[in-house]
Design a protein around this ligand. Sequence first.
Ligand SMILES: [Zn+2]
Length: 266
Amino acid sequence: MKFIDPHIHPSSRTTDDYERMALSGCVAITEPAFWAGFDRDSARGFYDYFRQLTEYEPRRAGQYGIKHYTWICINPKEADDPQFAREVMAIFSEFLDKPNVLGIGEIGLNKNTKNELTILEEQIELAAQYNQMILVHTPHLEDKLKGTRLIMDALENNGKIDPQRVMIDHAEEHTVGEILDRGFWAGLTIYPNTKCTPQRAADILEIHGTERIWVNSAADWGPSDPLAVPKCGVELKRRGHSDELVTKVIFDNPQTFLSQNERFTL
Ligand SMILES: [Zn+2]
């Protein structure tokens, strides 16, 4: 089953995972910049991280025939200190021209604070200035619906962002409809314990259809599953869906969205 995992954090996983993904049919991944599990002490910590994402990981993935793409940003969790966030944003321009960078992400909100929102708006403006695609992280649990709406409002209020070039990720049953109605793409994140299971993702796809939706593992340093995307494919097949539908969800849709940046090739 050929697939793309369009949101995963392999820099926090072992090389064995690349091998298992390749054996399962993975041909490409994209790795958004995110919170490392601890707060960095200085903007230079991000400089090193962005080098890892643009220089080291593409080589590691390439050993297994997997194409590695990435997104640059300051994540919402560390964006709560605006001065610090702006120091990090000042180094973006060095990395946005790298051949595997597809845009700004994953930006968004964590606790829906005023500071997070300020930095989100500034990063959206940066994406507009540099004509970048955007990958959005939506907050979890009780903050999700409110946070998702705040983020979509900020994107629309900017006035220069094409919603077709924005992926709103970690969507769930109560947010996916509104995301699609407002013209954005929606991402379903499949996690073993929290977030969507393969079954819940399959339910959502059956209710909302397969237009402008992708599925991903968002696998990181926590309990997560780098094979979540093909497992969702297996669940769809088990329910009797066609090979074409499965391919659309786990391969064609991410390819369509990501190919809006001409750097993305397979
Ligand atoms: Zn992520």
